[in-house]
Design a protein around this ligand. Structure first.
Ligand code: NOJ
Ligand code: CA
Length: 531
């Protein structure tokens, strides 16, 4: 194994949406004691790090992404004591713990904002982004909120607008103010001192806005059915050149501790995404790569984006891949249950750190949410076009019991009607389940240096089959993924090979001649044995 690789390069990151993982006290909402009870699932699965979506005190306007105290725990999740126990229990199992850091905005109930809005002369006024109305009245410029409507909210009491890239309950902090930087750095140290292993930084590319307040241009690609936010290109509100300096500041905080990780949430095209590694790799260790979420499910398209990404990485920059998260439709719903198995093989055989989303290991699909049960504020603000994120945030089904064993109470979001089949316990007992597949893939990846840290080489796509090589110390693995539901044939570049694992879990160990027949929706990992 490449011993010179750090844990965040070797391990698999597993994202937990804490409201939906395990409820211990029966209030229908997941909590830290419940999560601790279930840590052994992660050990059994073989992942190495947990990233927790926010658990800070919050009015929950955006389910924790509206933080009212950057150094506390929301009572709904538990206490600081529970959190310390969580760190202890994760570390005792050899797992790492990554927290969500939400530095772009706070809750409007955060004491900082309450002070800031109290008067124009308050010492914290410029901790947020306040502007006078435009000359002829109305918002200062055309900036939009991602969640619909203007990004500017009028404050009657002080006669100015404040800017919010998300909900009006999430005012943006002013990162041009050094006091804001210091305060957020202090909050990071609070958690690093307690032992957390790093941060996933929310909307890191949004942190700095244009200091000349220029209007965003129209988006020529805007089409009906798109979220209204896409009417404009966010040229002046996101990915500003100065943001890289802010990212480097966050990185310096993390670097004062040993082996902690800084991950950035970034939805940008590849050539801009890689800028967040920083010029001398002084930016994020892992700028999240969402290309697999954004791409069409097509062998040529995916081959092209892997090639582009690999080529764009700066020297020494470590790649990473994400297949799903709490803001997007689940992979099993995006590509269907059969291809979800192929997708798992793709995620776990690409070069770089994989991030998995809780429940995806079970092949859990989106759960349709009836209108009266909708929770997500984005869906409430922009209804009817499918932007709602609740379907991908439903409770984890642990067994076939009522509510999947997630809660003894009423779950905050409903579980799917497939819980009897799609749950941890049943799938653990089924050697052909997608859960068994994920576990086998993880075991192979973690024990095979060609997969953990080997090189990547593309093989020309064979029609519907995405093929690539992973190699390490003379050992060569061919990954061949049939992205369609018809059979396909692949020629083995080196003559002969041995199938190590198939997504169908039924042909491990079989030897192959120079042509490999793939069944519908089948992916294989083949050890090349010829010369
Ligand atoms: C990105 C988070 O992933 C999303 O869930 C949240 O609503 C926005 N940032 C605002 O914090
Ligand atoms: Ca609970």
């Amino acid at each position: 194994m490449g011993d010179d690789h750090l844990w965040w390069q070797r391990e698999i990151i597993y994202q937990i949406y804490p409201r939906s993982f395990m409820d211990r006290n029966g209030d229908g909402i997941g909590d830290l004691p419940g999560l601790i009870d279930r840590l052994d699932h992660l050990v059994w699965l073989g992942v190495g790090a947990v990233w927790l979506s926010p658990i800070y005190p919050s009015p929950m306007a955006d389910f924790g992404y509206d933080v009212a105290d950057f150094t506390g725990i929301h009572p709904i999740f538990g206490t600081l004591g529970d959190f310390d126990r969580l760190i202890e229990e994760t570390h005792a199992r050899g797992l790492k713990l990554i927290l969500d850091l939400v530095p772009n905005h706070s809750s409007d109930q955060h004491p900082w904002f309450i002070e800031s809005r109290s008067s124009r002369s308050n010492a914290r006024r410029d901790w947020y982004i306040w502007r006078d109305p435009a000359r002829n009245g109305g918002p200062p410029n055309n900036w939009l909120s991602v969640f619909g409507g203007s990004g500017w909210q009028w404050d009657e009491a002080t006669g100015q607008y404040y800017y919010h890239a998300f909900l009006k309950e999430q005012p943006d902090l002013n990162w041009r103010n050094p006091k804001v930087r210091d305060a957020m750095h202090d909050a990071m140290r609070f958690w690093l001192d307690r032992g957390v292993d790093g941060f996933r930084v929310d909307v890191i590319w949004h942190l700095i806005k244009d200091d000349r307040w220029r209007d965003n241009p129209l988006n020529p690609g805007f089409a009906p059915g798109m979220s209204p936010y896409n009417r404009l290109l966010p040229v002046y509100t996101a990915d500003r050149p100065e943001v890289l300096d802010v990212v480097a500041g966050l990185r310096r905080v993390v670097d004062a501790y040993d082996e902690r990780v800084l991950i950035g949430e970034i939805y940008l095209p590849i050539e801009r995404l890689v800028a967040y590694y920083g010029e001398d790799l002084e930016g994020a260790h892992l700028p999240f790569n969402f290309q697999l979420i954004l791409s069409a499910w097509d062998a040529q398209d995916i081959a092209a984006l892997i090639r582009e990404y690999e080529a764009a990485l700066p020297p020494g920059g470590w790649p990473n891949w994400v297949l799903g998260n709490h803001d997007n439709h689940r992979i099993a719903s995006r590509v269907g249950p059969a291809q979800a198995r192929v997708a798992a093989m793709l995620l776990l055989t690409l070069r770089g750190t994989p991030t998995m989303y809780y429940g995806d290991e079970l092949g859990m699909p989106d759960v349709p949410i009836p209108p009266e049960l909708v929770q997500d504020p984005y869906e409430k603000n922009v209804p009817g076009i499918g932007v709602g994120r609740d379907p991908a945030r439903t409770p984890m089904p642990w067994n076939a019991a009522r509510n999947g064993g997630f809660t003894t109470g009423k779950p905050w979001l409903p579980l799917g009607d497939d819980v009897a089949q799609i749950n941890v316990e049943s799938e653990r007992h089924d050697p052909t389940s997608i859960l068994s597949l994920n576990r086998a893939l993880i075991a192979l990846r973690q024990s095979d240096p060609a997969l953990t840290c080997g090189g990547y080489a593309q093989v020309e796509p064979h029609g519907p089959v995405l093929t690539y090589l992973r190699e390490h110390g003379g050992r060569r693995l061919l990954i061949a993924l049939n992205l369609t539901s018809g059979p396909a044939t692949v020629r083995l570049p080196a003559g002969t090979g041995k199938v190590l694992l198939s997504t169908h879990l039924d042909r491990g160990g079989s030897a192959e001649g120079d042509a490999l027949e793939l069944r519908a929706d089948e992916g294989v990992i083949v050890e090349l044995t010829g010369t």
